[in-house]
Write a protein that binds this ligand. Structure first.
Ligand SMILES: [Zn+2]
Ligand SMILES: [Zn+2]
Length: 402
């Protein structure tokens, strides 16, 4: 594959890093070993290391030339609470935790790019390598922004990458505008009055009210959201009762809501609160709704998407860069960085067919064959975006004393 030759030489080293990280998965804000691993590697490459953002986050800073421009490249480091089903040698040694989303690969690719860029420095400006914790559920990207990521490490644009099963190995996909959904969670407590199951007229039955509510919530996406907009409301937990013959006092529902547009996200929350109040009132119950907006949607800016496409095309060829894709209702906390700075989030194919399990599957594994392609993309993006040539042609570094 047409990757950068020197990065091909790093393939074995990146594979060893990736498998080491895979064997030692750590979850949200507890990525202590992973954070040490990243910091030690960056320091050994001669990259300036900054620690402590979002607890376990690491930022590596690399400067070349005299250019004042700066960009950020981001990888996530955290694993999931999943029992690994694989039996290969690098399977998880932390029972109940697993790199089932490929963040081990993302970390290894960005480290590979950092090593190459530190050796070659064929760019003019500053690169910040952003290694963030807690992408899964807990919004480590948001915490890094709140901890002053872009004040301490100013960048004109920020870029992210995620491996994607279902896209052929080593091919890329990206689109301008909204590419991934917002992600919210909700918890609804319905309180009635328990009673003997044989004498329901003495009860205010929260199970009947809860059942009606699950049905009614489906009307948000079918009746309140425009048919040409996308949204999802999924009730994923329904907890109530302890035995056969007692109507309980209380029901707890939990679930996830998704939308592609911020205004639809707001509409879903409003409709949910209205329907909960109405259904509870109709059944004589009380209701408490906790609705948390977790992640905003991923919104790529057109200029940075073009920059990403130029770099990907140079690495792998334009015919293997897919832009005719559909957004997904999955979510990503890189959205918090994209809310602060222009940027582009891209998918790198992890492979197709039975071999390539979906993200979060207990049989998933990051495809080591794509490590040099992802790392080459990062390097090419830096060298093109912070190009020395652009500086020369702009007359800032005249040859021959002109
Ligand atoms: Zn994930
Ligand atoms: Zn992920």
């Amino acid at each position: 594959m047409p990757t950068i030759h020197r990065i091909d030489a790093l393939h074995a080293e990146m594979t060893a890093w990736r498998r080491d990280l895979h064997a030692h998965p750590e979850t949200a804000f507890e990525e202590a070993r992973t954070s040490d691993f990243v910091a030690e590697k960056l320091a050994s490459f001669g990259v300036e290391v900054h620690r402590g953002l979002a607890k376990t986050g690491v930022v590596g800073t690399l400067r070349a030339g005299s250019g004042r421009r700066a960009i950020g490249l981001r990888a996530d480091m955290d694993a999931l609470h999943v029992h690994e089903a694989n039996s290969f040698a690098h399977r998880s040694r932390n029972e109940g935790k697993m790199h089932a989303c490929g963040h081990d690969g993302h970390t290894a690719m960005l480290l590979g790019a950092a090593k190459h860029l530190a050796e070659t420095r064929a760019f003019d400006g500053t690169v910040h390598f952003i290694f963030q914790p807690a992408e899964e559920n807990e919004g480590g990207g948001r915490v890094m922004v709140e901890d002053g990521l872009f004040e301490r490490f100013p960048v004109e644009a920020v870029f992210g990458m995620h491996n994607w099963p279902g896209i052929p190995a080593g091919q890329f996909a990206v689109m301008p505008g909204i590419m991934m959904a917002s992600f919210d969670i909700f918890e609804i407590k319905i309180t009635g009055r328990g009673a003997h199951a044989g004498m329901p007229h003495h009860a205010v039955d929260p199970i009947v009210a809860g059942s009606a509510l699950v049905q009614a919530l489906q009307a948000i996406t079918s009746r309140s959201v425009s048919p040409v907009d996308a949204a999802v409301v999924s009730v994923t937990q329904f907890h109530a009762g302890d035995t056969w013959n007692v109507i309980p006092d209380e029901v707890t529902l939990r679930g996830s809501a998704r939308a592609l547009k911020p205004e639809v996200q707001a509409l879903v929350e409003g409709a949910m609160r209205r329907i909960c109040d109405g259904i509870a009132a109709a059944h004589g119950c009380r209701v408490a709704v906790r609705y948390e907006r977790r992640y905003p949607p991923i919104i790529n800016t057109p200029r940075e998407v073009d920059m990403a496409i130029a770099a990907m095309s140079q690495v792998i060829g334009g015919d293997k860069v897919h832009t005719d894709i559909q957004p997904t209702m999955g979510a990503e906390d890189f959205a918090f960085m994209l809310r602060e700075r222009p940027g582009a989030y891209v998918w790198l194919g992890n492979g197709v067919g039975a071999e390539s399990r979906m993200l979060h599957n207990p049989g998933y594994d990051f495809n080591d064959e794509i490590l040099p392609i992802g790392a080459s993309y990062w390097v090419t993006l830096v060298e093109q975006t912070l190009s020395k040539k652009a500086l020369v042609s702009a007359g800032a570094a005249p040859a021959g004393g002109g």
